[in-house]
Design a protein around this ligand. Structure first.
Ligand SMILES: Nc1ncnc2c1ncn2[C@@H]1O[C@H](COP(=O)(O)OP(=O)(O)OP(=O)(O)O)[C@@H](O)[C@H]1O
Ligand SMILES: [Mg+2]
Length: 298
């Protein structure tokens, strides 16, 4: 189906919530006391208020695990997650997650999917209908309110999911690889559309990805994560001007420089994942570092 409805990201009618999330000394172990398996290894970082923070790390490094901890679907083994300075322990609409897998109910229309959560929370009547029409308009799906998920393209389904989260006006919006699996053109459109949504909202977002171009295009701050088990390797501020357009960013020297820096760290981490203890790989990693980051100490 053609993405003809992408015209503009609607402006906010209501004030967006905007929180600040802090991850302090968080680790997550699975397994048994005797044979613990560390998946998240002592991570500390801040998802800053009204900024778009992007977490990038190799596949299988533990990113979705930390997302589950941030949303309180699971508890950290050590450390704490704080929202605006207060420890969080239970899932709440103040931290909503949009996952890669579609979570739309296939038997409900776009509109029904969007109002389902708020209705369960006791919201109803014309105020809810108006809010639903508002968020559906913001994601460009007004003409598809009565469509079922299987009548929507992949990109439209992702936008319906965004609408479903946005109607709750969360303090923190967490997106875990939401555009993975989309074809390249739809993915590019979605990235631009999502950037516009964020720029119009001033709310706090954490976006998780393995795609470096997506990360640089979207981020105000980039959290570069290690290979498994998950550690924070480096934080990079991405001071590219907003509003952003894909064509401007891919041709910008500043963006390319940031990409090289981030890639050199990510390549080291990715190499480690298939070359643990292999001397030749260690040598390769060292020479890679020397070539791209001769001043690096880590
Ligand atoms: N409940 C669990 N019990 C045991 N090990 C787990 C559990 N959950 C995750 N893991 C381990 O953590 C690893 C990382 O998983 P996770 O899904 O967090 O990675 P990811 O970075 O999100 O990967 P991807 O980029 O592919 O989505 C898994 O390969 C698995 O070994
Ligand atoms: Mg994941």
């Amino acid at each position: 189906m053609v993405e003809a409805t992408i015209t503009r990201a609607g402006t906010m009618n209501e004030k967006s919530a905007s929180g600040e999330l802090e991850v302090r000394d968080v680790s997550k172990f699975y397994g048994t006391d005797r044979y613990p398996k560390t998946v998240v290894d002592n991570c500390s970082f801040i998802v800053k208020r009204s900024k778009l923070t992007v977490m990038i790390g190799p596949s299988g490094s533990g990113k979705s695990t930390i997302v589950r901890l941030l949303a309180s679907f699971e508890q950290p083994s050590t450390g704490v997650v704080l929202l605006d300075g207060k420890k969080v322990t239970k899932p709440d609409r103040d931290r909503l997650v949009v996952f890669q897998e579609s979570a739309l109910y296939p038997w409900m229309t776009t509109y029904e999917n969007v109002v389902f959560g708020p209705k369960a929370q006791g919201r109803q009547g014309e105020p809810l209908a108006e809010a639903a029409r508002g968020v559906i308009d913001r994601v460009g799906l007004s003409q598809f309110q009565k469509s079922y998920p299987n009548q929507l393209s992949g990109g439209m389904q992702r936008r319906a999911e965004l609408a479903r989260a946005l109607i709750n006006n969360p303090a923190i919006m967490i997106l875990d690889e939401p555009f993975r699996g989309l074809d390249a053109m739809t993915k590019g459109l979605m990235q631009e559309y999502y950037a516009q949504l964020f720029e119009n909202s001033q709310s706090t977002h954490l976006f998780v990805t393995t795609d470096i171009d997506e990360a640089i295009f979207l981020a105000d701050r980039l959290l570069i994560m290690s290979n498994f088990p998950l550690r924070l390797r480096q934080v990079i501020d991405v001071d590219l001007p907003r509003p952003r357009r894909l064509a401007d960013v891919v041709t910008s020297d500043a963006a390319n420089q940031l990409k090289m820096t981030a890639l050199s760290i990510l390549h080291e981490e990715a190499l480690k994942s298939f070359a643990v203890g292999n001397q030749m790989a260690d040598h390769f990693i060292e020479s890679y570092k020397q070539r791209y980051r001769p001043d690096a100490s880590d």
